[in-house]
Design a protein around this ligand. Structure first.
Ligand code: ZN
Length: 217
């Protein structure tokens, strides 16, 4: 089935959308990127877009999601802001992606060596930067509670992704409803700028599936 089509998106499960990203990141890390025919995709997508995932990530120049997941035009909704924080406009964009376009997966993607997180740790205050960094501060204290099992030792990046996921679920009735009925999946990951790998440490999609299975037994 053609990737950029309504049928493709309607038949895709949240778990399959997640697997596309996992496989894409493997190709990226191994330098086996797909041969993206941009002109062909422009043709395929000129009458509409059917991106299978919406990704909230940092504005950092080293973390372009289309590259990290070896995807092309029309595949991903990409919302980028320093520190991958959440506010009303970002939640609105996510709601549009999942409810009105049909994206099956919501990903919050942090990364190691994040400048916004470093500045929040230092307590930087300046202009509008002050307000943005305030949204990261809760992750700094939360990071103390995170265990050591993550691949890279950047606990605040992990805590910050968890916080953004929780904020979205807490604040968005649309996302909460679509997630609880299994229409969309929620995943949290941290990109390691040293080796290009994404550590998907939080897959609520899977957890939800298991819960569902248990509930029907
Ligand atoms: Zn960053």
């Amino acid at each position: 089935m053609r990737k950029h089509s309504k049928e493709f998106l309607e038949n895709l499960t949240p778990q399959q959308a997640y697997e596309i990203l996992v496989e894409g990141n493997k190709r990226f890390v191994n330098n086996l990127n797909s041969d993206h025919d941009h002109l062909e995709v422009i043709n395929q997508t000129r009458d509409g877009q059917y991106p299978f995932a919406v990704i909230l990530s940092c504005m950092d120049s080293r973390t372009s999601v289309e590259l990290i997941f070896d995807q092309g035009l029309g595949d991903l909704f990409s919302i980028r802001i320093a520190g991958n924080i959440v506010n009303d406009d970002i939640i609105a964009s996510i709601e549009y992606a999942v409810k009105y376009v049909g994206s099956k997966l919501l990903v919050v993607l942090g990364h190691t060596e994040c400048g916004a997180i470093k500045s929040a740790k230092k307590g930087v205050t300046d202009g509008h930067i002050t307000g943005l960094l305030k949204r990261i501060t809760p992750a700094i204290s939360k990071a103390m509670l995170i265990d050591e099992e993550h691949k890279c030792n950047d606990k605040v990046a992990y805590a910050n992704v968890e916080n953004s996921l929780e904020e979205i679920l807490h604040q968005s009735d649309i996302v909460r409803e679509m997630f609880s009925t299994g229409q969309i999946g929620l995943v949290g990951g941290v990109y390691d700028i040293e080796n290009g790998e994404v550590d998907f440490f939080k897959n609520l999609t899977k957890a939800k599936k298991e819960q569902k299975k248990l509930a029907t037994i």
